[in-house]
Design a binder for this molecule. Structure first.
Ligand code: ZN
Length: 191
């Protein structure tokens, strides 16, 4: 950890100079809906870099890193491995913070439901393939969740709604274990 960087954690650190307003809907700072912010890093010009995770059910715990000042966001380490520990996320966030000169910006505004649905659809369509069906993992939405700001339940309901509306695109079936639903993006139809 580079000594000249400010690393602060919500529960143990004293108030920093950069104090964002509490999130209006739930009254807590740095807790947009559906997102669990674990660590925050401060960039050289004041932008905050977040390490966060989200409830992903049976998909396990994975982390993502996003800079609020610039467009940097990732859920992989070295472009291939998913970030499975807070520490690994912290290393990526710290490295970004050390060289990011973006000015601070607040969390994005919580989108309305139509916009949130569009974000979900866009993600699903980006995962669709022509030669095989794709299982939907809730972790696929990790990069979207800072903008999406919806609970895991909301995302699952939306997936179910899409599966009902567009069965040629998305299917739902109960898993053989537990009571959760598995969603599958069907491959592009052969024309
Ligand atoms: Zn940045």
């Amino acid at each position: 950890m580079a000594p000249n960087l400010t690393l602060f954690r919500p529960r143990t650190a004293p108030e920093s100079e950069y104090a964002p307003e509490p999130w209006p809907e739930i009254g807590e700072t740095w807790k947009p809906e559906g997102v669990i912010v674990s660590t925050r890093f401060l960039g050289v010009a004041g932008a905050v870099v977040l390490v966060y995770t989200a409830d992903a059910g049976v998909n396990g715990t994975y982390y993502a890193v996003a800079c609020l000042g610039c467009s940097f966001r990732t859920r992989t380490k070295d472009d291939t491995n998913y970030i499975s520990t807070e520490q690994a996320g912290g290393e990526i966030a710290n490295a970004h913070a050390a060289q990011c000169r973006a000015l601070p910006r607040d969390l994005p505004t919580r989108p309305d439901d139509d916009t949130a649905r569009e974000i979900v659809r866009r993600r699903l369509h980006s995962e669709r393939r022509s030669d095989y069906d794709v299982t939907v993992y809730l972790t696929s939405f990790h990069l979207d969740r800072l903008v999406l700001q919806r609970s895991t339940e909301w995302i699952e309901e939306e997936l179910q709604r899409l599966a009902d509306d567009q069965p040629e695109f998305l299917t739902a079936r109960l898993r053989s274990y537990g009571s959760s639903t598995e969603f599958t993006i069907l491959r592009f139809p052969k024309s």
